[in-house]
Design a binder for this molecule. Structure first.
Ligand SMILES: [Cu+2]
Length: 263
């Protein structure tokens, strides 16, 4: 036991120092930080993996299921050809066959502020395929590389429209190299449009913690690796608004948090 305590003492001091610095951290986040700033940040807070829990749930939709809205891609034959025979429909407002919602961004909105996380080295890929963004909803961490590629033989123009980050737009011709970008500030959500094809839409959630998930074609989501604690869980949708719920996750506990939206 004594040995154990001695080991944790320096760790506690590090944690205390980090808490003491949190006032400064807020100030630096006001500046759009360069991608390399991650290395200068406080080291990640240790999280004991043997105590973490998880949250799972379903995003249901109550009421009459809206009809899919078809997308008219006539202005670009390349896009039309990509959906030959099937057509394409808008993902915003889409309801799954089982009466649930896909593309809800479910995230820890409050409760994880005391933790710092390393910027992931893996890229978050945003593809343009059939003149649609894939995925439609994407979560990344502040400073994480968003790797934008195109699978289409037509020119796209990627245009994120943030409120708290820097706005930009860049064209990507067929065969052009990928575009790599980072977002310096937390923001839920950044809409992304294409200046060439006005129906194209994606949403990027920029997070300070890695506790987020996007509901799938069965409406379910899972947020793993949560340290025990009290959290506010947000569920964002493009069409039906945002909801939140409070939840307490105990050590190793698996909690269920369901959300229900209406039109
Ligand atoms: Cu486009």
């Amino acid at each position: 036991m004594t040995k154990h305590k001695l080991f944790w003492l320096p760790m506690a001091l590090v944690l205390a120092a980090m808490v003491g610095c949190s006032g400064n951290k807020e100030a630096t986040s006001e500046q759009p930080a360069p991608a390399t700033s991650a290395t200068a940040e406080a080291p990640p807070t240790p999280i004991d993996p043997s105590t973490v829990g998880e949250i799972t749930g379903k995003i249901s939709f109550q009421g009459e299921k809206p009809k899919p809205k078809p997308i008219m891609m006539d202005q670009d034959p390349v896009c039309v050809r990509a959906h030959q025979g099937k057509g394409a429909s808008f993902e915003d407002g889409e309801v799954n066959a089982n009466g649930t919602l896909p593309n809800a961004f479910v995230y820890v909105k409050a409760g994880a502020e005391k933790y710092t996380f390393a910027t992931p080295t893996e890229q978050a890929v945003l593809d343009q395929k059939g003149c649609m963004y894939i995925p439609h909803v994407l979560g990344v961490l502040v400073g994480q590389d968003v790797h934008i590629v195109s699978s289409d033989p037509t020119t796209h123009n990627i245009h994120p429209m943030p409120k708290d980050n820097r706005e930009w737009n860049e064209s990507q011709a067929p065969g052009a190299p990928p575009i790599d970008k980072t977002f310096a500030r937390e923001e839920i959500m950044i809409p992304v449009k294409c200046n060439q094809h006005n129906w194209m839409r994606a949403y990027i959630g920029v997070m300070k913690n890695p506790f987020f998930a996007v509901s799938g074609s069965d409406g379910s989501f899972t947020i793993k690796g949560l340290p025990p604690g009290d959290y506010t869980i947000g569920a964002w949708t493009a069409t039906f608004g945002e909801q939140e719920q409070k939840v307490t996750v105990g050590p190793k506990e698996k909690k269920t948090v369901d959300f229900a939206f209406k039109s």
